[in-house]
Design a binder for this molecule. Structure first.
Ligand SMILES: [Zn+2]
Length: 257
């Protein structure tokens, strides 16, 4: 990511590709704010950049620092629009900077940073029994209100002899990477399932996520007891009712402890 040359090589002006209309030289790009530069690379590469997409491949060295400055300046404008005296009120003097840092470095870091390194091991022992990982505590934010989501994820894996195994702690790291973006719970579990499917390649994969959405507690109906549960079942978990039942009953028992 950091050292890759810019994908944007000047194309003939006659090119009919929609991106061609936007083609800019490296010098022009350098004069733009970092967010515009990154967006330019995404658009010319025809890549989606929704709130829950990872865009690390399009961010160059040093640009996260620039992004933070940009976000800070915009948040300062939000505080101003909220008629908060950030000069006189010592509590809010550094708020724009703190929130910008929190977004880019912490709660939304899963958008801007590459996936944590995960070592995969061949299934030398030919394990083929149901494995359950969890509960993994996950933190996210809803993309509708940017309110926190706190929850737990359980993962069921039915490996075969060709599956790759990954260390237990790595499940939590991949989950954290996927969840540290503005998310929608249904999409978050599917994204996590896709990442695990691609790496572990099991016969069956099951995921259950149960989470509290603070946009339900803090605003709106102010309901304090609603938790949302989502599940994804793939492969053997779809076909084999007994396996699914075994997973769900082990999960219930783990939850009681
Ligand atoms: Zn929400």
């Amino acid at each position: 990511m950091a050292d890759k040359p810019l994908a944007a090589v000047p194309a003939p002006p006659s090119s009919s590709h929609p991106a061609a209309r936007l083609l800019r030289s490296e010098e022009e790009l350098q004069r733009l704010p970092a967010s515009e530069r990154i967006r330019y690379r995404l658009v010319t590469a025809d890549r989606r950049y929704h709130a829950n997409d990872n865009i690390a491949d399009f961010v160059r060295a040093g640009e996260l620092g620039e992004l933070k400055k940009e976000v800070e300046a915009k948040l300062q404008e939000v505080l101003k629009a909220l008629v908060i005296d950030t000069d006189g009120d010592h509590n809010t003097q550094q708020t724009a900077m703190r929130v910008a840092k929190m977004y880019i470095d912490e709660v939304f870091a899963g958008r801007y940073r590459p996936m944590p390194a995960v070592t995969e091991f061949p299934n030398a022992e030919r394990l083929n029994e149901l494995m359950i990982v969890g509960p993994i505590t996950v933190r996210s934010a809803c993309s509708h209100h940017m309110c926190p989501i706190f929850g737990k994820v359980w993962i069921g894996i039915l490996p075969n002899e060709h599956s790759n195994l990954i260390g237990l702690s790595k499940y939590a790291r991949i989950a954290d990477w996927v969840m540290s973006r503005p998310q929608i719970q249904e999409e978050a579990v599917t994204m996590l399932a896709n990442e695990l499917q691609a790496r572990v390649r099991p016969d069956g994969l099951a995921l259950v996520m149960e989470a509290d959405h603070f946009c339900m507690h803090w605003r709106g109906v102010k309901d304090t007891d609603t938790a949302m549960v989502n599940s994804v079942m793939r492969g053997a978990f779809l076909k084999d009712m007994n396996l699914r039942r075994e997973f769900l009953s082990l999960l219930a028992r783990k939850q009681e402890r």
